[in-house]
Design a protein around this ligand. Structure first.
Ligand code: FAD
Length: 423
């Protein structure tokens, strides 16, 4: 079906828009572009004025190969990486104080890959998406927010607040892409499962004597993991899961004290690889929690990205998971049935079913990493050590981890599901 056929065949035209997306983060904004390509009339409501200035410390995202493919299909990848990206060719997992390590190498993937993932700044990701939005037919409503909404049988009626003025708009489908504390999710009465980790993710960018050699390091410590991600400019971006007390102390330290604490936490195996840490940026903390919406969709309403699920950043999966929501929702909406009415229950059910298993699998994998490596029980510590020493010989397990890290496993499953092939 061509775009023109789709737009003329749209029975939801009684509403102002076919789809209104609330939340213009990377997930909501990408979804808006993807649905515009399907000839839907889309509005994107964002509460703040979009700004993509580089921050200090950089807020960076590791995207896997699957996400790169998605962004390439939207014609965004070249612009996102125009000023470079950190390439992850190797991942090294260690536990300070425990012998053994796991090495994952892009060349070991079948077929061999150049990279397992890419590290980009959040602004670097968002700026090209917003440039493309400006050239599109997507109506950007910002800064604005939805005060309340009502799901009716044929449409959703939203009261929006913009420039101190209240107005009303209607759509066949409302998508909540408004992050972990989603107001859309709350107002729809969708509960969440999960917990607060009682940890903060401290981020900073650091320079090391030996550079990064395109390697990401994951150091598991009892209080939480510490990740070093290679940046395009040769530095590492770190994400350090710290207890509230640790996080407060780390923020208050001088740069020299912080570098000393970081070097100790990384452990000698990692420090031998990266060399002495010579400089650090400012630091910032983000609270860490696991939140999974009890339902990803209702008639006329869908949740995507962190509004649907927020996972621990230990495996760098949140954004990748959100981009797979975008692919799945676009696939559910790319049918004649959906074009007649994108908010109907059967379309929403198809989306929700498509996303549940992947989300639970990623949340489960992430939880496993947090708990198996976070336990100080002597038996578990011994088993961990054995696991780290045995893994290099367990080729099938390494291959499985590689497929998870690169996003290829999930990409294949999503492709098979959309094409009706049994997994
Ligand atoms: C320390 C840390 C490191 C991470 N590292 C990685 C990584 O390496 N790889 C990875 O894949 N993921 C990572 N993540 C997860 C990733 O950052 C998130 O999954 C992703 O940013 C979620 O995007 P989103 O668009 O769904 O939500 P958000 O980025 O939270 O965007 C939500 C948007 O909605 C807007 N909004 C909120 N409320 C309203 C409202 N009421 N009305 C209108 N607009 C509203 C907000 O202003 C915002 O623009 C990390 C997370 C943390 C905390």
């Amino acid at each position: 079906m061509t775009a023109t056929e789709k737009s003329t065949g749209n029975a939801a035209s009684g509403s102002d828009f076919d789809v209104v997306i609330v939340g213009g983060g990377a997930i909501g904004a990408t979804l808006a572009l993807q649905l515009e390509r399907l000839a839907y009339r889309v509005a994107l409501i964002e509460r703040s004025t979009p700004s993509f200035a580089s921050t200090n410390p950089e807020r960076v995202i590791a995207l896997n190969y699957g996400s790169r493919c998605h962004l390439e299909k939207l014609g965004l990848w070249n612009d996102i990486t125009a000023n470079g990206a950190g390439n992850i060719r190797h991942i090294v997992v260690t536990e300070p104080g425990n012998r053994g390590r796991v090495d994952l190498d892009a060349a070991d993937e079948t077929p061999a890959m150049d990279e397992l993932g890419y590290v980009v700044e959040m602004g670097q990701l968002l700026a090209p998406i917003y440039r493309r939005l400006q050239e599109s037919t997507v109506e950007m409503i910002a800064p604005a927010s939805v005060r309340r909404f009502e799901r009716r049988e044929q449409q959703v009626i939203m009261q929006i607040q913009r420039d101190g003025q209240a107005s009303e708009i209607t759509a066949a489908l409302l998508v909540g892409a408004d992050g972990v504390n989603s107001q859309i999710r709350r107002q729809a009465g969708i509960g969440v499962s999960g917990w607060d980790y009682n940890r903060f993710g401290m981020v900073a960018s650091v320079s090391c004597e030996q550079g990064h050699a395109n390697t990401a390091h994951e150091c598991f410590r009892a209080s939480g993991p510490l990740a070093f991600l290679p940046l395009a400019d040769g530095r590492f971006s770190i994400v350090w899961a710290a207890t509230p007390a640790e996080a407060t102390q780390l923020l208050a330290m001088s740069d020299a004290q912080f570098i000393a604490a970081l070097s100790k936490a990384a452990g000698s195996a990692t420090m031998r690889k990266i060399g002495a840490i010579t400089a650090t940026s400012r630091r910032a903390n983000f609270p860490l929690e696991l939140t999974i919406a009890n339902s990803f969709a209702l008639p006329r309403l869908a949740l995507v990205g962190n509004a649907a699920h927020t996972v621990h950043p230990v495996a760098g999966q949140g954004m990748n998971l959100g981009l797979r929501d975008v692919t799945a929702l676009a696939a559910a909406l790319d049918s004649e049935l959906a074009h007649c009415d994108p908010g109907r229950s059967i379309v929403m059910q198809a989306y929700a079913e498509a996303r549940r298993a992947d989300t639970l699998a990623v949340a489960g994998f992430t939880e496993c990493m947090v708990h198996v490596f976070g336990s100080a029980a002597p038996g578990v510590k011994w088993l961990r050590g054995m696991g780290l020493q045995t893994m290099p010989r367990a080729k099938r397990l390494s291959a499985l981890l590689l497929k998870q890290a690169s996003g290829l496993a999930q990409m294949r499953e999503q492709h098979e599901r959309q094409n009706g092939v049994a997994a």
